[in-house]
Write a protein of this length. Structure first.
Length: 344
């Protein structure tokens, strides 16, 4: 039957190669993969033993011969070889053909250098993508994935709080008018929580525990009902395991400085915005995307600090990969506006 060839479906793939998670969208199928950007490597043989969820489960529990690697740091590739292996395994999982190379678009932070952009393209090529590998800025992809009218002659303000970076952009007429990228995101919030427990409570906790604390107890604005939670770790003085009671107010205070840095990035972008578009922002507000937008109270906090309406994208965790996928499905129509390629 016409239009059902699985090989043709497999050839177009969008990738949100994130610091915390890698998401893959296949044309005609939608989101097909969402895995942590973590790789487990056997230090004796150099072989990759696990990627994604399987590798993340080993964090803090692996034997000495297993090294856990996060190949991306602050939105860019920190370990090229490991990133290539991770991406190769992910693409193999979603590709239905061994013989045809998929056409791939990858979302990257807006302020990556030319060298960093090329490293992403090379990693995708070595992982099995067809040349050219297309690049789309994360802010643009997030805006498209959030359903914003990016081609209209009015301002669309998008704030994508990812694992390693926060991307802020004002978009109009299919292009980015002004943008700001800061190396602050969900990972730093986790690290702040780890440091806070060590400093305030003499308790060592793992990064996965910190992430759970952020999800369950973290907030950026006072909650209707503040709660207390017990957090387990290792006492830094005795070396013995123990639990520590902590309040949502304490966690919020610990996260405050990092939250203010995100808000400062939005303010900086608004200061660079032309007056006509700034007026649009006042009317339309801003849209939050990325995992960081799910932190309790962050829309209310940003709205309070900036004095504008704040909305959360319908699927904030998926906005970037969905937007990149939608761009791939209309690549010819939007090439030159939102997508860049080193080869074009």
């Amino acid at each position: 039957m016409a239009g059902t060839n699985p090989l043709s479906i497999s050839r177009d793939i969008a990738v949100d190669l994130g610091t915390a998670n890698t998401l893959v969208y296949v044309k005609g199928q939608g989101l097909v993969l969402n895995e942590p950007s973590v790789v487990a490597v056997d230090v004796r043989s150099g072989q990759v033993v696990a990627v994604g969820h399987a590798a993340k489960r080993m964090w803090g529990r692996a034997p000495r011969n297993i090294r856990l690697v996060r190949p991306l740091k602050e939105g860019v590739i920190a370990d090229f070889e490991v990133c290539e292996q991770m991406l190769k395994q992910f693409l193999q999982r979603v590709s239905t053909s061994r013989w045809s190379k998929p056409r791939v678009i990858v979302a990257v932070p807006s302020e990556v250098t030319g060298v960093e952009r090329r490293a992403v393209q090379d990693a995708a090529e070595f992982a099995g993508a067809r040349r050219p590998v297309f690049i789309i800025e994360e802010a643009m992809a997030a805006a498209i994935g959030a359903g914003l009218p990016v081609h209209e002659p009015s301002a669309n303000l998008i704030v994508d709080i990812g694992g390693g970076t926060t991307e802020v952009a004002v978009i109009s007429l299919g292009g980015i008018v002004t943008a700001n990228s800061v190396k602050v995101g969900g990972d730093e919030l986790n690290e702040v929580i780890v440091a806070m427990f060590k400093r305030e409570f003499d308790l060592d906790i793992g990064i996965n525990t910190a992430e759970e604390v952020k999800i369950q107890l973290g907030s950026a604005w006072p909650l209707e009902q503040e709660i207390v939670g017990d957090v387990g770790g290792r006492d830094t003085k005795t070396g013995l395991p123990r639990t520590q009671a902590v309040t949502t107010e304490q966690i919020r205070e610990g996260l405050d400085e990092t939250i203010l840095r995100i808000i400062a990035a939005v303010k900086k972008t608004l200061e660079r915005t032309p007056p006509e578009l700034a007026a649009d922002v006042i009317s339309h507000g801003l849209v939050l995307a990325g995992g960081g937008s799910l932190l309790a109270g962050i829309p209310e906090r940003i709205a309070h600090e900036l004095g504008i309406q704040v909305y959360v994208a319908p699927e904030p965790l998926l906005a970037v990969v969905l937007g990149a996928g939608m761009s791939l499905e209309n690549l010819e129509a939007i090439k030159g506006l939102t997508v860049k390629s080193e080869y074009s």
